[in-house]
Design a protein around this ligand. Structure first.
Ligand SMILES: [Zn+2]
Length: 158
């Protein structure tokens, strides 16, 4: 007598990614020089305010920029953005404009500003905001050194 065919394993439920926001961070680096001074200040005040960062011939930093995006992962790809595409956008809009540049002289979008890490992070935000498809720019953290960095989440009043 034949036995009944045994049933296969129970059908698995398809795995569905929940529709939820994920924050993803891409880190990029660039090197640049600058001098911190305000041409409206007399020399003595520039030295008082900016100290050795007012060295007339400038000095350099190896900057690190953390770009954090918010988005809902695509259920088909599991990604909120293709990180290779993000790298291309960051290269075009930020790195090529700043890397190996003098921030006082070479960068149009910094002209007329004291190129502190605070000024720089605001101007980088303005360049990136609205230019990353499918994602919201959530936060930038710009490291001027391992211990000095600025964090920015877009325009806020006080
Ligand atoms: Zn500096």
């Amino acid at each position: 007598m034949r036995s009944k065919p045994t049933a296969g394993p129970p059908a698995r439920k398809p795995r569905v990614l929940p529709k939820t926001i994920v924050y993803i961070t891409k880190q990029v680096e660039f090197s640049a020089s600058h001098r911190l001074y305000n041409p409206k200040f007399p020399d003595a005040k520039n030295w008082e305010v900016f100290g050795i960062c007012n060295n007339p011939n400038g000095h350099g930093h190896n900057y690190t920029l953390d770009v954090t995006l918010a988005g809902v992962p695509d259920p088909e790809t599991g990604m909120i953005i293709d990180l290779k595409r993000l790298k291309e956008i960051l290269d075009d809009l930020v790195i090529q404009k700043l890397d190996h540049k003098n921030l006082n002289l070479d960068v149009g979008f910094l002209r007329g500003l004291v190129p502190t890490v605070e000024s720089l992070v605001i101007k980088i935000w303005e360049r990136l905001d609205g230019h990353i498809p499918g994602c919201k720019l959530h936060e930038l953290v710009l490291y001027e050194s391992r211990t000095n960095f600025a964090r920015y989440q877009g325009p806020q009043k006080d």
